[in-house]
Ligand binder design. Structure first.
Ligand SMILES: NC(=O)c1ccc[n+]([C@@H]2O[C@H](COP(=O)([O-])OP(=O)(O)OC[C@H]3O[C@@H](n4cnc5c(N)ncnc54)[C@H](OP(=O)(O)O)[C@@H]3O)[C@@H](O)[C@H]2O)c1
Length: 279
């Protein structure tokens, strides 16, 4: 039995679907199983990562665990429950911000994910870390602006990424959870092409049948505005990571294809898959 944590959001949901489609026994954790909306045949169990006592039933009989944790969620209760249940394999959706071998992680995003990675290693289970950087799903943040016009305004028009499709992350996760060749591996998953933010908005426009553009604005007011309702350290880390990519093509690799046997989906494919989200 495989347990997926974060099973009702982007990455976990598609992982559950990929595992179920491939015929694996999969269980999904949710605080609200009644509204999980997962495929028939998937066992959905109630559990809360902040309530240790709710986790033991979810882990009963589980041999592999996929962890997609909300940012800053304490992993200790779920890892303790996994250890108690004798879970053999843990796969974690981590961040490309982590710097291996650094005396100190460069920012709060890296530090959080590095800390979880270390805690997983300390359980003694087989582990695999899937690290991602600026996944395509982040473009959903453009939707609100595009409801009111054809221009996305934001800092760093030239920031680059190789946006990976959440379906490809899920396909890799499903293979890693069920295959035997991935223990102790760190996979930095990328999409197939490096693109700037401005280029992404152009491709999104083609999918939506609209002429969209990206207008660069000063980052400082945006940092200040977002920092009012999100952790300012997180916003600054995110923006610093974006700023550092400007003018440099993002790294692209073939890991998605190597592991799944299918080429990584393009950003154009992602945009076509998400037209309804920009309706
Ligand atoms: N976006 C990026 O740029 C990026 C980059 C690198 C890594 N990542 C990783 O991806 C993660 C985000 O993944 P996501 O967007 O798929 O998920 P998310 O939106 O951050 O989290 C929502 C999911 O977490 C579950 N959840 C939240 N609180 C819970 C609790 N107390 N107990 C049990 N489950 C709880 C929710 O389940 P229910 O509501 O059903 O309970 C839901 O499935 C990040 O935290 C990060 O680790 C993201």
């Amino acid at each position: 039995m495989i347990l997926v944590v974060g099973a009702t959001a982007h990455f976990g949901r598609q992982t559950v679907e990929a595992l179920a489609t491939a015929g694996h026994q999969v269980r999904a954790l949710s605080r609200t199983p009644e509204s999980a909306g997962l495929p028939a045949g998937v066992e959905v169990v109630r559990g809360d990562l902040t309530q240790a006592e709710s986790l033991a039933p979810a882990l009963s009989g589980v041999n592999a665990l996929f962890l997609v944790l909300p940012y800053q969620m304490d992993p200790a209760p779920i890892l303790r429950a996994a250890q108690d249940a004798g879970v053999r394999r843990i796969v974690f959706l981590s961040s490309g911000a982590v710097v291996d071998g650094a005396a100190e992680q460069p920012d709060v995003i890296a530090a959080y994910h590095y800390g979880v990675e270390q805690a997983i290693k300390a359980t003694g289970a087989e582990w695999t870390f899937l690290r991602i950087f600026f996944p395509a799903i982040n473009s959903l943040s453009f939707a609100m602006q595009l409801g009111g016009g054809d221009v996305v305004r934001g800092p760093y028009a030239g920031a680059t990424s190789a946006p990976v499709h959440e379906g490809d992350v899920a396909a890799v996760a499903a293979r890693v959870l069920t295959g035997d060749a991935h223990a102790g591996q760190v996979y930095e998953l990328t999409g197939p092409e490096s693109m700037t933010q401005a280029e992404q908005v152009g491709v999104l426009g083609s999918a939506l049948g609209r002429s969209l553009s990206f207008e660069e604005i000063d980052d400082q007011p945006v940092r200040a505005q977002l920092g009012q309702f999100m952790d300012p350290a997180f916003i600054n880390a995110l923006f610093d990571l974006m700023a550092a990519t400007a003018g440099r093509p993002a790294a692209v690799n073939s890991l998605v294809e190597d592991i799944t046997g299918r080429p990584a989906r393009t950003y154009a494919q992602w945009a076509a898959d998400h037209v309804a989200d920009f309706g």
